[in-house]
Design a protein around this ligand. Structure first.
Ligand code: HSE
Length: 306
């Protein structure tokens, strides 16, 4: 069956990983999106047009992360890849801890799945397995693929996930700085071993986090405590650490979003969210873009357009 001329439209949400205690495990899909169309064309060339975030910066050939993820997905299901034309319109900021690279990987996988409709079958575990192999850890790609709040874990047979709905009172607020931080640099600051008491601390807060997100948003302040990653990384993002401290000192459940340097506040209603944004506009020492977002419950979508 020829794929030439097939074209798909893909939409992928931003994500925030860790959510405080759930390092490399918890993730939340947010209502900020990268949107793309991908067309199968004759030959083997790959061309990419980017507008919005990344325009003039990201590669526009086969080394582009969306393109390489499409090609990797075709290879994973042993199908020959066509030439590709990708037109991307991006909103997820890069290098800010909002899952932009996970979104690019997931966009590529979703596009390949759409182009291969009727040719290859993909179940959820296969999609997550390909995405985790390309991204390195599953906590951003799971919510980008499936939406909602996700728990992701590794097994000897690959990564697995559970998608959960979120209490309607949970009101995410993201503060995005102008500075960037690479996940690789942030991960290098992590110790190889942690004290047992710190591990127990995070186990308790991660378990509480599920109850807080699903049933009891008033517990989010305690549930977002962490001892496994944020302090170790604070030297690489001092303004982020300062903003998290300011918000928490005023009772708001603030955490570093993913590997930073954005800050996620999981407010327990729209009122506290407005108050938190006002607090930051009055007291912050560097500029922060405040974004009031919803939880995205769909995850990546792909539709055939020809
Ligand atoms: N869990 C990852 C980290 C998310 O914090 O390093 C960033 O991709």
């Amino acid at each position: 069956m020829t794929l030439l001329g097939r074209s798909v439209a893909v939409k992928v949400p931003a994500t925030s990983a860790n959510l405080g205690p759930g390092f490399d495990t918890l993730g939340l899909a947010l209502s900020m999106y990268d949107e793309l169309t991908v067309t199968a064309v004759p030959g083997s060339d790959v061309t990419v047009d980017v507008t919005g975030v990344g325009e003039g910066v990201v590669p526009t050939d086969a080394s582009n992360l969306v393109a390489s993820s499409i090609l990797a997905t075709f290879a994973a299901v042993r199908q020959p890849a066509p030439g590709l034309h990708i037109a991307a319109s991006n909103s997820i900021p890069h290098g800010r801890g909002l899952g932009s690279s996970g979104a690019a990987v997931v966009a590529g996988i979703a596009a390949a799945k759409g182009l291969l409709q009727g040719v290859a079958d993909f179940d959820a575990d296969l999609l997550l397995g390909i995405a985790t192999e390309l991204e390195g850890h599953p906590d951003n790609v799971a919510p980008a693929l499936f939406g909602g709040l996700t728990i992701a874990w590794m097994t000897t047979n690959g990564p697995r996930h559970k998608k959960l709905m979120v209490h309607r009172g949970v009101s995410p607020l993201v503060f995005i700085p102008q500075s960037t931080l690479s996940t690789k640099v942030a991960r290098e600051l992590q110790p190889v071993n942690v004290p047992h008491a710190d591990a127990v601390f995070n186990v308790s807060r991660s378990a509480l986090m599920i109850a807080a997100m699903l049933q009891s948003p008033e517990l989010l302040f305690q549930a977002t405590e962490d001892k496994l990653h944020q302090n170790y990384r604070a030297s690489a993002m001092p303004e982020t650490a300062e903003l998290v401290a300011l918000l928490r000192a005023n009772g708001y459940p603030a955490v570093v979003s993913g590997a930073g340097p954005s800050v996620l506040v999981l407010c327990d209603g729209p009122g506290p969210r407005l108050e938190a944004a006002e607090l930051v506009s009055r007291h912050a020492t560097v500029p922060w873009e405040a974004r009031m977002l919803a939880v995205d419950f769909k995850g990546a979508t792909v539709v055939a357009i020809s």
